[in-house]
Ligand binder design. Structure first.
Ligand code: NAD
Length: 333
């Protein structure tokens, strides 16, 4: 299959090329993000391969369908950036990688919790300047603390297991409680109770119209004074302005983000020579108790290997088996 691969970085090229060695698809690696301005780069391709910040809204899908694309293979689990109804209407198949390494994201989540708690980001800078003072670096034992996991799917369950191993009491909220989470010792409670009782709240539910700004000013008001809030899921689960206000008032004592509401214009690029125009992002980075990573929770060897392998397998299945060759949770539409 001729495949236009958008938002390609050197690591995508390496892992996809290796996965494709036996299958021999004709992969064209394109650096630009997919957008209305770049969709024409897919001309002549039967498939498009896209990542989390590519634009798969109605105008782009229409352009892709017009140029002969039949399948969109997402190199991600999340598909909140796809206009699924429009893809269906146009007869475009959309597939994703529903599971590639929940451990990667869960371990990064716990990394943020530990770094924020023990102020490792600040200690790193201090020691490099030969400042060995401990004042301001006081942490707390995670053992015995209460952690609230919002969303106990594949990643949330991994997080719950790791934190149960630390000796935390783990509360969870999910409209579909999981046996695996219960087996890990999780107690399901309504979201309001989870927010009121948790020292750490960590988000692992998908972004949907229902979960947009799930964490807003009202919900922040229901949290414990000095709570640690972690979001490694999708930026728009959190109302950024409300979180900034929560940090200013002290209600939020720590904030760890791997995703950001307006990340599309920022993440995955080296902007170190530019002046950033995003005042909210700049404000977040002024707080000593905020730690932001640029959507890297998925970024492990195992995850990239699995993403590439599954993506190539999907393309091969389409080529050999036709439009209904991929089914189950991998099939978005
Ligand atoms: P999953 O589908 O296995 O689990 C999601 C869970 O959220 C489900 O159990 C679902 O019932 C629950 N849920 C839905 N609405 C909810 C709500 N309102 N309140 C509480 N729970 C709710 O997904 P997953 O593989 O665990 O991934 C979770 C999210 O992590 C993805 O949607 C994606 O956005 C994000 N993600 C981020 C990265 C990263 O690199 N930062 C990588 C992969 C996935």
């Amino acid at each position: 299959m001729r495949v236009a691969v958008f938002s390609t970085k050197p690591y995508d090229r390496d892992f996809l090329s290796a996965a494709n060695a036996a299958d021999g698809h004709d992969l064209t690696f394109l650096e630009p993000r997919l957008s209305p301005q770049t969709a024409s780069l897919a001309a002549g391709a039967e498939a498009v391969c896209a990542f989390v910040n590519d634009d798969l809204g109605a105008p782009v899908l229409a352009e892709l369908a017009r140029s002969g694309v039949r399948v969109v293979a997402l190199r991600s689990a999340g598909f909140n950036h796809v206009d699924v109804a429009e893809a269906r209407r146009l007869g475009l198949a959309v597939v994703r990688v529903p599971e590639y390494s929940p451990y990667a994201v869960a371990e990064h989540t716990v990394g943020l919790i530990l770094a924020l708690n023990r102020k490792i980001h600040r200690a790193y800078n201090r020691v490099r300047e030969h400042n060995f003072a401990l004042t301001g670096l006081l942490g707390f034992d995670l053992h015995g603390r209460t952690v609230g996991v919002v969303g106990t799917g594949k990643i949330g369950v991994c997080v719950a297991r790791i934190l149960a191993g630390f000796g935390c009491r783990v509360l969870a909220s999910d409209p579909y409680p999981s046996d695996e989470a219960l087996a890990a010792g999780v107690t399901y409670v309504p979201l309001k109770e989870l927010l009121a009782e948790s020292d750490v709240v960590t988000l692992h539910c998908p972004l949907t119209p229902d979960t947009q700004h799930l964490i807003d000013a009202e919900r922040i008001g229901q949290m414990r004074e000095g709570v640690m809030l972690i979001n490694t899921s999708r930026g728009a689960l959190v109302d950024t302005q409300a979180v900034i206000n929560g940090l200013k008032s002290g209600r939020i004592g720590y904030l760890g983000l791997d995703v950001y509401e307006e990340e599309t214009e920022l993440f995955f690029e080296d902007l170190s020579d530019r002046v950033l125009g995003d005042d909210d992002f700049s404000r977040l980075n002024t707080f000593p108790n905020v730690l932001v990573t640029g959507h890297q929770a998925f970024f492990t060897e195992e995850a990239l290997h699995n993403i590439a392998g599954t993506t190539i397998a999907h393309l091969t299945a389409f080529e050999r088996g036709g439009p209904d060759a991929v089914t189950g949770p991998a099939r978005v539409c």
